[in-house]
Design a protein around this ligand. Structure first.
Ligand code: DSN
Length: 412
């Protein structure tokens, strides 16, 4: 029996969500539209299987085909990111970081990551997260004037602190991450280098950002952001960490892997190896740069002055707003994005002085540089009148019409 007949309530909510996704302009830098083949694999009968363990060494029988699926995912991940070892069972980016830290550090060891309110992630040492509670955190920041990483200052700090692990890779940093410089820093203080490439994995896979593979000891990434795969994560590592990472994932912190998601990850890696994906990654960056220029032309101040990657961080405080007000007004006008702190923010994280915008999702829908003019115009119109509800609902209809030109999922 179909879902529609079995559970019409949930069916109808999924239908409504699909409609919302079709009509709204998604500028959330960490979101994307997984292609149909990814939905197909992740909605497959592989969800029925238990396969604790690894290919060839499972705790349950009946894993003949699951072994082949997981081996394919592992081999493709290694090839895509240029690392000798891959664990494709991590359920999420946060668990991947937890598992990677446990493989590299003892509890209480020192971890150096970027401050959360300057573009880091909760798992990079926030006091409200396990990372800030079980490791000794010494955070680094961005330079106050350039709002960019100051590699000399990080080097100095790292030499003094001597961390066991340095994390680089961010959630709200619009500039290139120079993994080679981080390698030098890690070598100078005897630290392991963990590159959390979740946001830019698709750019790296598509050749639009420098690779992390040649420099990292360990790489963690989600698979559903710019990489455009299923919701999940992987861990890549140098050979010497392979065993401890695998043991850390299973049995260290997880039980059975999600085999349907593993299959979808394998499909995602296959897609990311195709020439079209290189075009996609390049277009994400072109679109972000175009959006940045358009916003600047409309008088918005951008953190760090622009972008090198898929995201733009707009300082809305300089326009007399805060992130929360701006996010709500934009949502009412059919634009989904998120409030964000900006470096040296004086607002609380739930309010923030910034809005983070990203182009992976709109690029999947086929938008090009010229379309960013429309996006910037909508953004500007709404934020000029953040309390004008009549305007917001007018803009919402216009946005829905505009999005109709960039269909997703065709007949779905
Ligand atoms: N929640 C993700 C983001 O939006 O950047 C990070 O995990």
């Amino acid at each position: 029996m179909s879902l529609e007949k079995k559970d019409p309530e949930i069916f109808s909510l999924i239908e409504k969500e699909l409609q919302r996704q079709k009509e709204m302009l998604d500028l959330i830098a960490s979101e994307n539209y997984a292609p149909k083949e990814i939905l197909e694999a992740s909605g497959s009968v592989l969800t029925n299987k238990y396969s604790e363990g690894y290919p060839g060494k499972r705790y349950y029988a009946g894993n003949e085909f699951i072994d082949k699926v997981e081996t394919l995912a592992i081999e493709r991940a290694k090839e895509l990111f240029g690392m000798p070892c891959a664990n494709v069972q991590a359920h999420s980016g946060s668990t991947a970081n937890f598992e990677a830290y446990r493989a590299l550090m003892k509890y209480g060891d020192t971890l150096m990551g970027l401050k959360l309110d300057q573009g880091g992630h909760l798992t990079h040492g926030s006091p409200v997260n396990f990372s800030g509670q079980i490791y000794n955190i010494v955070s680094y920041g961005v330079d106050k004037d350039s709002e960019q990483l100051d590699y000399d200052a990080i080097m100095e700090q790292a030499k003094e602190v001597k961390p066991k692990v340095i994390v680089c890779g961010y959630t709200a940093y619009p500039r290139t991450v120079y993994f080679d410089k981080f390698r030098e820093i890690a070598d100078a203080c005897g630290a392991y280098l963990l590159c959390d490439i979740a946001h830019i994995a698709g750019l790296i896979a598509g050749g639009a950002h420098m690779p992390a593979g040649p420099y990292a000891d360990v790489i963690t990434t989600t698979t559903h952001k710019s990489l455009r795969g299923p919701r999940g994560a992987i861990i890549l590592a140098k050979e010497e960490h392979c065993k401890s990472i695998n043991k850390g994932v299973f049995p260290g912190s997880q039980g059975g892997p999600l085999d349907h998601i593993t299959a979808a990850k394998a499909v995602c890696f296959h897609n990311a190896m195709q020439p079209e994906f290189r075009e996609y990654a390049a277009q994400i960056v072109k679109n972000a740069k175009s959006l940045a220029e358009e916003l600047k032309a409309k008088g918005f101040r951008l953190v760090s002055g622009g972008t090198d990657n898929h995201l733009v961080l707009v300082d809305v405080k300089s326009r007399g707003l805060n992130g929360k007000i701006a996010q709500n007004a934009l949502e009412n006008a059919g634009v989904v994005c998120n409030k964000n702190t900006i470096p040296y923010d004086t607002e609380k994280p739930f309010v923030g002085s910034g809005i983070r915008l990203g182009t992976p999702a709109v690029t999947t829908r086929g938008m090009k540089e010229d379309d960013m003019k429309v996006v910037a115009e909508v953004f500007s119109r709404v934020l000029e009148s953040p309390e004008d509800e009549a305007l917001h609902s007018k803009v919402k209809s216009e946005v829905a019409e505009f999005m109709g030109k960039f269909p997703i999922y065709g007949d779905l």
